[in-house]
Ligand binder design. Structure first.
Ligand code: FAD
Length: 342
């Protein structure tokens, strides 16, 4: 059965029945709408049909004329467009304040957003400003017999699935991870409505000076022919450059064990293994990695595995095609020198 959580905060004092409709925050960044928004819109459409209420998308950004129509194809009756130069780059303040202003005016009963970097950053702020609840990372959404949003998510380390409802405040808010719902086109003759809001909601104390897009390491790692991975054997952050230099000389990508990622020597996107990436390059070189099973499962499909470890008993040698029993601080610099000479 559904768990009814005690209400946090004061909640809106007004009539809950004044809230109507299912909304999706449509995530837009530099001209592109995130796929999760279409996924959520398809889910929202079904929830709205079940309740017999309208379904809407809210698009925030700048110069949105080209982006808005695609949302109609996925079932929105209305696409609310909040178009302002201050929304060209994402900032928590301006995004939260403008979304909150529109919610206060139009009063949707359900508001959904993607559990993306953007959603995770500002949607809790929206919930706090509206003094309502938020269920993060839902894996399923449905409507109860009483018409409430049933928000299902794993709890207690994934051991139980909890179904959460938010009976006493509005909107009922949930985030859903990308690729949980399926996007389905379902156009309903919807319309686009440009919204004008008071100028102060767009004010922010944050000025974005420069945006540097992160290179797609995930694609780079899974497609790399050569991967040089570093582990805890490197001992400290400054030493990780040995792995990076080797990767550069061999025209390969940099991987890491979870220990190296946890130490902060490499970003999580570089992690190879059970909870990281699965890779299968022509050459995989493990430097100072013991070869725990959780690491092995992510790289055992590699064609040639070279392991450098000072411990001859290290399990990595069980899967290695070529084992180098040596102190990496002697072997790797010597190897680098040799490659530089060639
Ligand atoms: P260690 O096990 O500490 O090994 C360091 C190695 O470096 C040792 O073998 C040592 O002999 C060698 N060494 C030390 N100094 C030198 C030197 N000077 N020269 C040469 N060799 C040296 N791990 C992953 O990698 N990926 C995952 O996705 C992953 N998922 C996990 C999921 C779960 C649920 C759990 C429980 C664990 C997971 N782990 C994962 C962690 C995994 O169990 C290991 O703890 C981790 O892989 C160990 O990392 P490491 O080999 O870098 O460190």
């Amino acid at each position: 059965g559904a768990i009814s959580l005690p209400q946090v905060g004061t909640g809106p004092k007004d009539d809950l029945s004044a809230y109507r409709g299912v909304w999706v925050f449509a995530e837009w960044r530099r001209g592109t709408i995130h796929r999760v928004s279409y996924e959520l819109l398809s889910a929202a459409r079904k929830l709205a049909d079940k309740k017999g209420v309208p379904c809407a998308a809210v698009l925030l950004g700048s110069d949105l004329d080209a982006a808005a129509p695609s949302l109609l194809e996925y079932g929105a009756d209305t696409v609310y467009v909040i178009d302002h130069p201050n929304l060209a780059d994402f900032t928590d303040e301006a995004y939260a304040n403008s979304l909150v202003a529109l919610v206060r005016e139009k009063r949707p009963e359900i508001l959904l957003a993607g559990a993306t970097t953007m959603g995770r950053s500002f949607i809790p702020r929206v919930a706090a400003l509206l003094q309502t609840g938020l269920t993060a990372d839902c894996t399923d959404l449905d409507i109860s017999e009483e018409g409430l949003l049933l928000q299902t998510r794993p709890a207690f380390g994934g051991n139980v699935m909890a179904t959460i409802v938010c009976p006493n405040s509005r909107p009922q808010m949930a985030t859903v991870r990308p690729r949980v719902m399926r996007p389905e086109k379902d156009a309903r003759n919807g319309r686009i409505e440009k919204v004008t809001l008071p100028e102060e909601v767009f004010q922010t104390r944050v000025e974005v000076l420069q945006v540097i897009p992160e290179e797609d390491v995930t694609a780079k790692l899974s497609e790399a022919e050569v991967i040089i991975s570093g582990g805890r054997g490197l001992q400290k952050a400054e030493n990780f450059h040995l792995v990076e230099e080797l990767a550069q000389l061999l025209k390969g990508a940099v991987g890491a064990s979870r220990s190296a990622v946890e130490e902060g020597w490499a970003p999580p996107s570089h992690q190879v293994g059970q909870t990281g990436q699965t890779v299968a390059p022509t050459l995989y070189m493990a430097v100072g990695i013991s070869g725990a099973i959780q690491h092995i499962v992510g790289m055992q499909g590699s064609k040639v595995i070279v392991a450098v470890n000072k411990d001859p008993e290290a399990p990595i040698f069980d899967v290695a095609s070529c084992g180098v029993v040596a102190d990496l601080f002697e072997f790797v610099p010597a190897f680098i020198q040799r490659l530089k000479r060639e």
